[in-house]
Each structure stands twice: as structure tokens, then as C-alpha cells.
Design a protein around this ligand. Sequence first.
Ligand SMILES: C[S@@+](CC[C@H](N)C(=O)[O-])C[C@H]1O[C@@H](n2cnc3c(N)ncnc32)[C@H](O)[C@@H]1O
Length: 337
Amino acid sequence: MAVAPGLEEALAEEAREKGFEDARAVPGGVEAQGGWHEVWRANLEMRGAARILVRIGAFRAFHLAQLDKRARKFDWAQVLRADVPVRVEVTCRKSKIYHAGAAQQRIERAIAEELGAPVTKAAALVVKVRIEDDLVMLSLDSSGEALHKRGHKPAVGKAPMRENLAALFLRQAGYRGEEPVLDPMCGSGTFPIEAAEIAAGLQPGRSRGFAFEEMAGFDADAFSALKRQGGPAPEARFYGYDRDQGAISNAGANAERAGVAAWTSFECRPVSALEPPEGSPGLVIANPPYGGRIGNRKLLFALYGSFGQVLRERFCGLAGCGCHLGCRTGQSDGDAV
Ligand SMILES: C[S@@+](CC[C@H](N)C(=O)[O-])C[C@H]1O[C@@H](n2cnc3c(N)ncnc32)[C@H](O)[C@@H]1O
């Protein structure tokens, strides 16, 4: 399971909670053992993963002729279909074979000539090959489109947060689907929508397709059996505010498509006018502009000043102080505050 650097441990924790018991963090992701059912289930259920890669084989090769011979002997028909186009991506590190382009050409030719599958640059199905210390490791990208694309959010602003990152930041902030969540600068609504989905027990991959559906051995009935309805309606509510009316309209439409509109509310309001909603204490989490992708850095000083003051004065979360919504910060990569 691949993930952005720094989030491996959080993803491993999610994987273990979801029944991938041997999941362990490695640089850039999480490793777990399992068969195709586990691969399908990981794609369907893992909120934090960017994509699910499946190791399909490994062999040693010290020169291109050996790579050619061993790639031809590999049982591609066990995992790929002759009628589905495929492309190959290769990286080489600390190996006698150092020319990734030449290695790619050998493996593409082996697949085309031994299996008969068309090899095209535009193919959605990707065979990822890593050659490291002369060991050739073959993997398939079972996800296809990155998993943050849940299939519910065509309407986004200039700098949307990826859903899988939002899920992991919520996790790191201690959110487990029970308390209300408020994002004062919600843009397209990623945090409140993701939080509402978690609370409602919805599978993140319920509305989208995956690359593994085009692979050999895919069993549509067995995959359907892994899909389940969400749990009972959550008691908590999920709030998004933004000073931009266009962002608020997008967020509402996205929540509707995700099937969580009943538990989310979005309102056009600047941070300076933020008030804690009625109800039990919860989590404030945001991905404010930081002057990188959008916004003028100098203008951000006033925003951060006002944000801090509003949180301190109206959201301190101390018992008996009159606040309804507590504030905890979930900083993990400098992006979420
Ligand atoms: C980085 S974007 C948030 C993206 C969002 N997490 C998403 O996934 O789409 C920052 C948002 O902060 C909003 N914003 C900037 N200044 C604000 C203010 N003073 N009050 C409320 N919202 C503000 C912008 O309109 C923008 O939508």
C-alpha cells in the first residue's frame, strides 16, 4: 500500500484495524501479505492508501539477455489478460542493469510476444518493475486511478486536499468516527465529507472502478460480496465553512454525491465570523492556504492571526467555558493545522 512519506505508521495502524494483521510500515508505504481477496478488499476499504501495489514475482537478472529470458518464462497469463492493454514502468538502482528504458523494452516484448497482450503507452493497467541489487521485482498496480479519487468529487477548487491524506490527518488527530468535525476553510469539503463517511461506516471505494477488474482471475461476484452497506446514521454532524461561495456550493454538491448530505452542512462564512455549533465537543481541523499553491503569503499573516484568536477565544474546549466544540490540532506535514 503506497502512501505519502511520513504517513506510513498511520496507514499501518489503519490496515491492522481493518484486518490486515501483519501490516507493517516500510518507507513509502505499508506491506501486508494476502491473496487477491485481500487486494480487492484493501482497494475497497483502505482510506489512507494512495494505491495498492501487488507483488507478483521476483527473479535475479545480471544482464539484459538474462532479463529477457526470465521475463519470457514468467507466467503472465496468471495475472494479465491477453485482451487488455498494458504498459510497463521500470526503475533501476544499484544493479548491473542500469538502463531502465532497455529493461522496459525487454519486459514489454516478453509480455507482447509470450502472452499476446497489447503494450501501449496509454494503457490503464501498469506493470511496475523495480530492479534493485540485481533483483527484478514485478508488481501490478491494482488500483488504477489513485485511491484518493473516491468518485464523488468532480467539483473542486484550486487546491483540494487528497481524500486519503484527509483520512490520515483525521486519524492522527484522534478522530475515530464519533465526534463532530468542523473545517473553517473547507474548500471542496474534503475533511467534513471524509469524516462523515467514516462516521457512517461507508467503504471509500464503493462508487469507483479499479484496475484489478481487468486482470486475469478477477471474480466479479466474489468482489461484490465484499461490498457492504454503511452502518447506522451517525449522531455527530460535520461542518464546513469557507469565505468563498463557489467552494461552499461545490462542497454541498460533493457531499450530496457521496451520500452524506444529511449529516453535513456547509456555509459561506469567513474565519473571523466562526462560531462553535450547538452540540457536543468535537474536532476542528483545517487545511488553510499557506501561500504555496494559492494565495499571497503576505496576506496570510492576518488570516492566521484571526484564526488563532478565534480558536483561542471561542473554541478552547475547556469544560465549563461555554464552548461547544473543542479544538485539537492535527498537524502532520505542515499542511493541516
Ligand atoms: C487550501 S484550500 C482548502 C482546500 C480544502 N481542504 C479542499 O480539500 O478542497 C484553503 C481554503 O481556505 C479558504 N479561505 C481563505 N481565507 C479564508 C478566510 N479568511 N475565511 C474562510 N475561508 C478562507 C479558501 O477560500 C480556500 O477554499
